[in-house]
Write a protein that binds this ligand. Structure first.
Ligand code: FAD
Length: 522
């Protein structure tokens, strides 16, 4: 275990821990060196959002789950100050969720990722799976599992996120309609609770903890290891884009695609606020193609919509992906001659945002503020929500993609901690389709949007409030709320369960202070 110390506030605690721990333990500021120290301190107070910068008092780089358990056991057994602890995965939060003001940040990447792949034999029942450290990145798991021709079933668009970080939220991408979010594809977890207990949990053992932690915003425990379901990986993927100039036709085709999971493997989509935005939006397809569809447009202010879908290509087994795409596209209603397709390796398909990252980095546009807003919106409110969105953005200075695609409610386990919008009752029963909408905006300091980060944040709040109101009934994903009252509202009828789980697993409110839900109990 290594500690970097920044002020004396938690030094006493760390010295006590040093005496208790059998392992290599402390690096004092002198051992660490001033430049290293500053670097560690600033990285722990920085995230992808670049909006909130809360400095911790100390950074822990544990070598094993036991190091984490020791720290949390000590904090929960003593009335030591008001020290809080945040696990930090890849630090890709937007609003400081992995930060701990004057507390301790645990850098999860210091625990060895130790990826073990179990490939199911033909004569064996059960599943192929991977056991992987909570601080490992999804891209590491992909690389390792592909060596055996396997891969996880459910993804995020970007792979340089940690296993523990996405499982604490949900983990959504174009495969979610088919397999559910990443949290629906976990068999078992090793967790250190806020009280310091090291527990292996699953749907059949310590299930309350298992379901609490999945989508639990880091509130109940720290995931140190996860068992993730795997499936056969296709060698190649057929990747298709189709364009629309009518919103109802666009969503109609998206809903058609998600009703065909036996043919389709991935469905997403995005809004093209005007033709120019295709140049500034993240639309890598793949990046080196310089993809630029011809709209033959009538008006430069026109809004377009794009569906992106993919079919796994297992050739020469069974029907070719080409034939499957042909069969599907006959049923679609996109603008004539506005469908494009490419074939890429499975790895390149899943890693597509990395290429966009490299492109943005080279132009100095990656390390800028990202005032993102993600919302779950029930199907019944999606058109109204789209109108609110478009009223609140100026297409000429909006930088970044606006993703919009359908998910299916029954692929989410209601026992997990994620708050989905309530299903409307009456009519013909539960409305299955819920849209995820991501306004993934960059506030480029060099552009006109830069001067108004506060203004963008204020507009985001207005959009989120309008969308959460009665008629639309949306809920934030990767939520950021200003008060306990807002959080109660966010969890709605599940608030009592969420609060009871907190009381059970982290009663002193030590964990994940950056989410701003529960105060630390002295
Ligand atoms: P961090 O920012 O490090 O932590 C997030 C929260 O989880 C914090 O509260 C932290 O304390 C807690 N935490 C971290 N590790 C653990 C652990 N081991 N145990 C318990 N709690 C922990 N999300 C999607 O669903 N789909 C996407 O397609 C998608 N694409 C993205 C693309 C980019 C470029 C970025 C920046 C984000 C994207 N996200 C996406 C959001 C992403 O899933 C979340 O921000 C996620 O939390 C990031 O993981 P992380 O490892 O960076 O987490």
């Amino acid at each position: 275990m290594e500690f970097a110390l920044f002020c004396t506030k938690v030094n006493i605690l760390i010295l006590i821990l040093a005496l208790c721990s059998p392992c290599k333990f402390i690096q004092s500021p002198m051992d660490f060196g001033p430049s290293n120290l500053l670097e560690t301190k600033s990285s722990a107070s920085l995230d992808f959002g670049r909006i909130v910068f809360n400095s911790p008092s100390a950074v822990l780089r544990p070598q094993s789950p036991r190091d984490i358990s020791l720290l949390l056991t000590f904090l929960s057994a003593s009335s030591f100050s008001k020290v809080t602890v945040a696990a930090r995965g890849a630090g890709h939060s937007i609003y400081g969720q992995a930060q701990a003001l004057d507390g301790i940040v645990i850098e999860m990447d210091s625990i060895p990722s130790d990826i073990y792949i179990h490939k199911k034999r033909d004569d064996e029942s059960g599943f192929s799976y991977a056991d992987v450290g909570g601080g490992a990145l999804w891209v590491e798991l992909l690389e390792e599992s592909l060596k055996l021709g396997l891969a996880p079933r459910s993804w995020t668009d970007y792979l340089y996120l940690s296993i523990g970080g996405t499982l604490s939220n949900g983990g959504i991408s174009g495969q979610t309609f088919k397999y559910g979010p990443q949290i629906s594809n976990v068999l078992q977890l090793d967790v250190v609770t806020g009280k310091g207990d090291l527990i292996t949990c699953s749907p059949t053992s310590s299930s309350e903890l298992f379901y609490a932690v999945l989508g639990g915003l880091g509130q109940f425990g720290i995931i140190t290891r996860a068992r993730i379901l795997l499936q056969d990986a296709p060698p190649k993927v057929k990747w298709i884009r189709a364009f629309y100039d009518d919103f109802d036709t666009f969503t109609g085709d998206q809903e058609l695609l998600v009703s065909m999971p036996e043919l389709v493997d991935y469905v997403e989509g995005f809004i093209v606020p005007n033709e120019q935005s295709l140049l500034s939006t993240s639309v890598a397809f793949p990046a080196h193609l310089g993809f630029m569809p011809e709209f033959h447009h009538v008006s430069s202010a026109k809004v377009y919509y794009c569906i992106e879908f993919a079919v796994h290509d297992f050739q020469p087994e069974g029907t070719s992906a080409e034939q499957v795409v042909e069969k599907i596209s006959k049923q679609m209603s996109h603008m004539p001659s506005l469908m494009y397709s490419v074939e890429v390796s499975y790895f390149d398909f899943l890693n597509r945002v990395r290429m966009e990252e490299m492109n943005l980095r080279s132009r100095g546009l990656w390390e800028v503020p990202h005032p993102w807003l993600n919302m779950f919106v029930p199907k019944s409110g999606i058109k109204e929500f789209k109108d609110i969105l478009l009223e609140n953005i100026s297409p000429n200075d909006f930088e970044g993609p606006i993703l919009i695609y359908p998910l299916l409610r029954d692929k989410w386990d209601a026992n997990t901690s994620v708050a989905l919008p309530d299903a409307p009752t009456g009519g013909d029963g539960v409305e299955q389709v819920v849209y995820i909408v991501g306004m993934l905006r960059s506030a480029n300091p060099a552009s006109s949007a830069a001067w108004c980060l506060d203004d963008i944040l204020r507009r985001n709040r207005q959009i989120a409030e309008a969308a959460s109101a009665g008629r639309i009934g949306g809920k934030q994903y990767l939520a950021h709320h200003p008060s306990l009252l807002h959080w109660r509202d966010h969890f709605g009828r599940h608030w009592n369960r969420f609060a009871a789980r907190k009381n059970l697993f982290d009663p002193l409110g030590v964990l994940a202070p950056g989410q701003g839900i529960f105060p630390r109990v002295p």
